[in-house]
Design a protein around this ligand. Structure first.
Ligand code: AMP
Ligand code: MG
Length: 418
């Protein structure tokens, strides 16, 4: 097939159109219950509502004395108020006495507020006087008291379905007394590299060959976004071999397939025919750099359709295409609601003299200079130059209609997670 024929059949899509098509090929996986300690990075499949107030009882925010606020009226260092200390309560215990008029209870941070008290006077505003305490400051009602339900009310929606669980959500689940949480199943993501030139690390490198990088970066990316990577090895540049490995992958119950290489104009046919033989191709080519020859296909197996992302073979294209398309696909398979990458705005420090009408994703390093976020290119921007991606912590997004980039330009940057 001629390149012209191919490009005619598959119009180049914008990044948004391509992402839309990828996501429309995805539906969330079934749910399962997992222990809270194993739920980091998992995505909730049900709303989590509080079954109790947090905190469950009013308690002290400070070490001091629980008092009736009205008893401290007019108190000052010169005219302290004297209150009788009727008892003491520490965190984890029930107050032994109530606070009657003219009395106080020594109280530690987190201890339940004794009945009768409505405020806490911090130690630093008091002075001990035998069995009494001298209060040197008037406090209003509620001073340093954390009311029951201040954090969360019973019945309140605390963690909505579709939330990717972070450490703070695990702490909240524990606070609510939960030991398990409903999450979507993790997607099994097959990773296939293609290319006669590829050799795995650890093996001798014969003349003319290079190392397989993409399977390793994509493996790590799948893991990072909550998927289970399934390595399918390297297929030679032959349609039958690509097809056989894709079929073998499908037998392993995959939810998504990532293929790298073999989708640029020269060798598009290898992956295309392999895909067409077992399913169909949805789109090919996206108006972006790096990563233009991205393809989306679907493979059919026993009535099931598995989406296949054909990503360009250049190591930077493979990583960038993953961040833009495979990442949201993997998160969507887990039912996540937030699919956009974290972004910021920065001042571009370099000059890019000339660019084409694609959206460019430039490898940059961010620094704070005089309170301003500055993005600097990390080196060569060729899609084979992985070292500049190693030095980068963000991708600067240069819009399609910019013919060049001048120093000082304000650009959006996609943050690459540390
Ligand atoms: P392709 O997309 O197959 O035309 O490959 C584009 C470039 O990426 C070629 O220089 C390939 O040698 C290289 N390449 C393809 N796959 C990989 C891989 N898995 N690891 C490293 N480089 C690759
Ligand atoms: Mg190739």
């Amino acid at each position: 097939m001629e390149a012209g024929e191919v490009t005619g059949m598959y119009p180049m899509l914008s990044v948004e159109e391509a992402l839309g098509r990828v996501l429309s090929a995805i539906s969330p996986l079934p749910e399962e219950k997992v222990p809270v300690l194993e739920a980091l990075g998992r995505v909730t499949s049900r709303d989590v509502k509080a079954t109790c107030d947090v905190p469950p009882h009013a308690n002290s925010a400070m070490d001091g004395y629980a008092v009736r606020a009205q008893d401290t009226a007019g108190a000052s260092p010169k005219r302290p108020v004297r209150l009788h200390v009727a008892g003491e309560v520490a965190a984890g215990y029930v107050p032994p006495v109530q606070v009657l008029p003219g009395t106080a209870v020594r109280i530690m941070t987190g201890a339940p507020l004794p009945p009768g008290a409505d405020a806490v006077v911090r130690f630093e505003w008091t002075e001990p006087a035998g069995e009494d305490v001298l209060v040197k400051k008037a406090v209003p009602k509620g001073q340093d008291v954390r009311p029951a339900g201040e954090d969360v009310r019973a019945g309140e929606l605390v963690i909505p379905a579709g939330t990717r669980l972070r450490p703070q959500e695990l702490g909240m689940l524990a606070t609510l007394g939960e030991t398990e949480v409903w999450v979507h199943r993790r997607p099994r993501v097959g990773i296939l590299a293609t290319g006669d030139e590829l050799v795995e690390p650890g093996k001798p490198l014969p003349p003319g060959k290079i190392r397989n990088a993409n399977s390793y970066s994509n493996f790590a990316q799948v893991k990072r976004y909550g998927g289970i990577p399934v390595l399918l090895g390297v297929a030679r540049d032959r349609e039958e071999e690509v097809a056989a490995r894709l079929r073998a992958g499908l037998q392993q119950g995959l939810d998504l397939l990532l293929v790298s290489g073999g989708v640029s104009v020269g060798d598009f046919d290898v992956v295309k025919r392999a895909l067409a033989a077992a399913g169909k191709i949805d789109f090919w080519r996206v108006r972006m750099k790096p990563g233009k020859p991205l393809a989306l296909g679907r493979l059919c197996l026993g009535g099931r359709q598995v989406p296949v992302l054909g990503m360009p073979g250049n190591p930077v294209s493979a990583v960038v295409s993953f961040e833009l398309f495979a990442r949201p696909a993997i998160l969507a398979l887990q039912g996540a609601r937030a699919l956009s990458p974290p972004v910021a705005f920065a001042t571009f420090a370099d000059r890019v003299a000339e660019k084409d009408d694609r959206r460019h994703f430039l490898r940059v390093r961010l620094s704070l200079e005089g309170g301003e976020l500055v993005a600097r290119l990390t080196g060569g921007q060729g899609s084979g130059i992985l070292s500049s991606l190693v030095r980068a912590d963000a991708l600067a997004v240069i819009p399609e209609d910019w013919p060049c980039v001048e120093p000082g330009a304000r650009v959006q940057v996609i943050l690459l997670p540390p």
